[in-house]
Design a protein around this ligand. Sequence first.
Ligand code: BES
Ligand code: ZN
Ligand code: ZN
Length: 484
Amino acid sequence: MECKLVYAPLEQVEADAVAVVLFEDGEGIPAAKAWLDELKSSGEFTGKPGEMTVLHLPQGLKAKRLVVVGGGKKDKFDAAALRKTVGALVRALKQKGVKRLAFMLGGGSAEAAVEGAVEGAILGNYEPDMNKPSTDAKPLEAFDVVAAAKTPQLEPALRRGVILAEAQNFTRDLGNEPANRMTPLALASKAREMAAAYGLDIEVLERDRMRQLGMGSLLGVAQGSDEPPVFIVLRYQPAGGAKSKDHLALIGKGVTFDSGGISIKPADGMEKMKYDMCGAAAVLGAMRAIAQLKPSVTVTGFVPSVENMLSGRAQRPGDIVKSLSGKTIEVLNTDAEGRLILNDAITYAKQLGCTHLVDAATLTGAIVVALGSVNTGVFTNNDALLGRVMAAAKDEGEKMWHMPLDEDYKDLLKSAFADLANIGGRWGGAISAAWFLKEFAEDTPWVHLDIAGTAWLDDAKPFLAKGPTGVCVRTFAKLAQSWQ
Ligand code: BES
Ligand code: ZN
Ligand code: ZN
């Protein structure tokens, strides 16, 4: 979809449809007053979020349709609300055969509005089956953001929005692929392609190299599968040298299929475990955006990727493995495999000199019970880094909820035979999983994002298709961009 900025009065906008927002208090953008007054006084349109009215062949307009969309309360209409509103508009109008949509900006911070609008449009235009030969998806071909006055900040804002949303859709494509096509090796080749296209440095460690390094915990998970594991390292270095000594690590869980291993999962719903690599996909998407946005901080992406399977060679409950950190782990449940690959990635990131660690992982069913598909669960050992991540997430409208991680949870992971057990008790499962990772982050500032609930939508939202959401891509990219 082609996205661009247009500077024109409403009357002159050429499109299949031009959309304007009308708020609950009756206020709309002044340029559309003549058309909105009648609609307002009819009482037919209340301005609530989600409301939409289409006026055909509006008098005095060049556009074929004027679409009025509810914005809710004006003072609550921020960039996040705008993103959702435009997403929902696009999803509704593409079904009606609209190919070229123009969106008229109101007041407010035009920069954030341009970015939010274009993100909403690109994300809303995406369908998981868009690339299928038999698809009946009818995507928009063009999206114009219409601004009243030209300011120099608007073009870069548009470009930022395009980069972020396209990176997020790239992540959604990866998450959507079934596990027979998205093996660890396939993920590595997607990463190579992406790195070559956007000028990132890439290294893919294979099993032998991981063995030499001592990644016994990761390799224990991989040993049950015929698909070889990979460990992808993507490097971004600011041109002309970084301004600070900080080195940000983005780490993503890349389990391309999670059968549970010998502690096998129930058959019902197991097919969904192809999305157990959405943390990895988010890191690849974020690195793609970072390569284009060129922040001033050094960022390295770490993607440990394995398939968690059962076989005569699979790891058993009770096995003890030695991690890269030197700590030994008793594998009480082979289905708690995410933490077994992530701990080696965390240690490796520290060994390579990363000063700040952020990981994203579809780590626990427990976080889905706690937060549903609305908020990502956030855990940390460092309030300053937490603040940065939460600010980036807020900017990008990705909801995150800070979960506790106090010392009182420590005893959950005691093992009689090793330094740590890989599972805690029945309760607080998302916390014991996070605590496990914290044992490897140690004193290095670290934030863990449990995206098991937010990486996949079982049901479409008005502004987003069902399936992989690409959560964390925009937050990660924003985090790097806002690094001081
Ligand atoms: N990949 C799953 C977590 C998951 C569950 C992701 C539901 C998405 C939706 C993870 O590897 C897992 O199996 N975790 C176990 C841990 C348990 C054995 C301690 C879980 O949450 O049940
Ligand atoms: Zn599992
Ligand atoms: Zn898993």
